[in-house]
Design a protein. Structure first.
Length: 114
């Protein structure tokens, strides 16, 4: 069984930065594609960024140039560095692991005030 635990969310002013972390238990981390998704109130969950086991990344257009996803396989942890935050980035951010079976974390709230 894989467990994903997110941390690092909080309240920040527009233009500020936050760094989210997702620690994974279980043995799949090194082979899984890891991703960050977000869901704002009244909206569907959307992909923010993901990184393959080989380190290839892709980002939503809305966060390109502002967010950076990275992973540390030795620590079984994936990170999302978020810079130049905007009020529209406000959402619950979820960590995702995809290795044939898909796993989700419990989510962490990010609130950006204007």
């Amino acid at each position: 069984q894989v467990q994903l635990v997110e941390s690092g969310g909080g309240l920040v002013q527009a233009g500020g930065s936050l760094r989210l972390s997702c620690a994974a238990s279980g043995s799949i981390f090194s082979i899984a594609t890891m991703g960050w998704y977000r869901q704002a109130p009244g909206k569907q969950r959307e992909l923010v960024a993901r990184i393959t086991s080989g380190g290839s990344t892709n980002y939503a257009d809305s966060v390109k140039g502002r967010f950076t996803i990275s992973r540390d396989n030795a620590k079984s942890t994936v990170y999302l560095q978020m810079n130049s935050l905007k009020p529209e980035d406000t959402a619950v951010y979820y960590c995702n692991a995809n290795s044939l079976v898909v796993y989700w974390g419990q989510g962490t709230q990010v609130t950006v005030s204007s």
